[in-house]
Design a protein around this ligand. Structure first.
Ligand SMILES: *[C@@H]1O[C@H](CO)[C@@H](O)[C@H](O)[C@H]1NC(C)=O
Ligand SMILES: *[C@@H]1O[C@H](CO)[C@@H](O)[C@H](O)[C@H]1NC(C)=O
Ligand SMILES: *[C@@H]1O[C@H](CO)[C@@H](O)[C@H](O)[C@H]1NC(C)=O
Ligand SMILES: *[C@@H]1O[C@H](CO)[C@@H](O)[C@H](O)[C@H]1NC(C)=O
Length: 349
């Protein structure tokens, strides 16, 4: 009985993360031509419902492979100062429980991956890599007197449309996991895309006699991925735990604590509480923070107090060689000396 239950739990967990199997395409996706429909099945990285999107839109797959790479590296950069540092994303398409269950961490990764897919497609349109789209149409709002719309804007509309077709496809299928998890992932994907849609800035280029900037051409462009990751990290830190409950005639997600209010459109939600990631526990997908580097003077999440969970830390010194006493020689080179310096480093016990 117990082993049957375990098998069931494993199946549900595995299916729960099927929608982000494609992050595994970062490893070998670039070696595929993506110009024949059988390429979609080649790498075993797509959920069944994404195969159809792939076959019908082969030209998008280069952008999706690119998005997989960016998602992995940017997630780890953004979380490098936290106990959970996103390193487990490297094991895609096989996920450890920190990402395979409906945790706060999986909420971030789903939302971020959904944003990056749309970002990647919107940019690819603007750079002319996709036959199915072009630069964004000129914005509806009036141009100011000192500039006119022109240039080539990221095609955010097309990015959002095709990005959601790809990212959300598995959750539209009953067989891809329990209803609660599908609702959670769909919601978080939409939050990711909303953050993307809000991350738009007007970029301009100057023209006119010798750079006088008497004429400006402007277009709408997306912020870079790092900016979007930081926005979503803030939402990760304030994410809301939800439960699956009958509301009216349907089962919905509602906040666990004060379930009088509905889930807000802008908040990330999760169903399963995470461990504190202090100690190693493979059943929970926690690597623990032993041997992680920490910052002795920081009072934030990278400080030795929080990072080492009160276990204390070991200090060691390291010699680093740097360029120093640099001199500029007319004309045109720089010479430097090499200086050695010792730096103190701290790692968690
Ligand atoms: C990528 O290809 C290598 C070598 O062919 C293989 O060992 C590895 O398992 C593949 N990775 C994925 C995620 O498919
Ligand atoms: C697919 O692309 C590869 C190179 O990327 C090319 O050699 C091959 O001819 C293409 N096949 C088709 C059917 O277009
Ligand atoms: C992330 O955590 C893992 C496990 O503790 C560690 O091995 C890895 O070096 C960490 N990565 C970074 C960038 O700190
Ligand atoms: C450690 O934290 C302090 C305070 O937040 C910061 O000024 C310093 O640059 C950090 N040191 C390193 C090595 O990151």
């Amino acid at each position: 009985m117990q082993s049957m239950l375990l098998v069931l739990v494993v199946i549900l967990e595995v299916r729960g993360s099927a929608a982000i199997y494609w992050l595994g395409l970062s490893a070998n996706g670039s070696s595929v031509g993506w110009n024949q429909t059988h390429h979609c099945k080649l790498l075993d990285g797509l959920a069944p419902d994404q195969l159809q999107v792939c076959r019908r839109n082969l030209e998008l797959m280069h952008s999706i492979v690119h998005a997989a790479k960016i998602t992995k590296t940017a997630c780890q950069t953004t979380f490098k100062d936290m106990r959970w540092n996103c390193s487990s994303i490297e094991s895609a398409p096989r996920f450890t429980p920190d990402l395979a269950k409906g945790t706060r961490e999986s909420a971030f990764v789903f939302a971020f991956a959904a944003a990056v897919v749309s970002h990647s497609i919107a940019r690819a349109c603007a750079s002319g890599e996709l036959p199915s789209c072009t630069c964004a149409p000129a914005p509806a709002e009036q141009a100011a007197p000192d500039f006119r719309w022109g240039g080539c804007g990221d095609n955010i509309g097309y990015g959002l449309q095709m990005g959601s077709a790809f990212s959300d496809a598995p959750m539209k299928n009953r067989r891809s996991g329990p209803h609660a998890f599908r609702l959670m992932h769909l919601h978080n994907n939409a939050v990711g895309r909303q953050v993307l849609a809000d991350a738009v800035e007007t970029k301009c280029k100057c023209h006119g006699v010798s750079g006088s900037c008497s004429v400006k051409t402007c277009w709408k462009g997306l912020h870079d991925i790092g900016h979007i990751a930081e926005d979503l990290k803030a939402k990760y830190l304030s994410a809301t735990k939800v439960i699956h409950r009958v509301v009216g005639t349907r089962r919905q997600l509602v906040p666990k604590e004060m379930d009088v209010r509905p889930v807000r459109e802008a908040e990330l939600v999760y169903l399963v509480s995470s461990p504190d990631y202090c100690t190693s526990n493979s059943n929970l997908g926690s690597y623990g923070t032993q041997d992680r580097e920490c910052n002795k003077t920081s009072s934030g999440s990278d400080g030795c107090g929080l990072m080492c969970c009160g276990r204390g830390y070991n200090a060691y010194t390291e010699r680093v060689v740097e360029r120093c006493h640099c001199k500029y020689h007319w004309c045109c080179y720089v010479t430097c000396k090499h200086c050695e310096r010792t730096v103190e480093r701290y790692v968690c016990k």
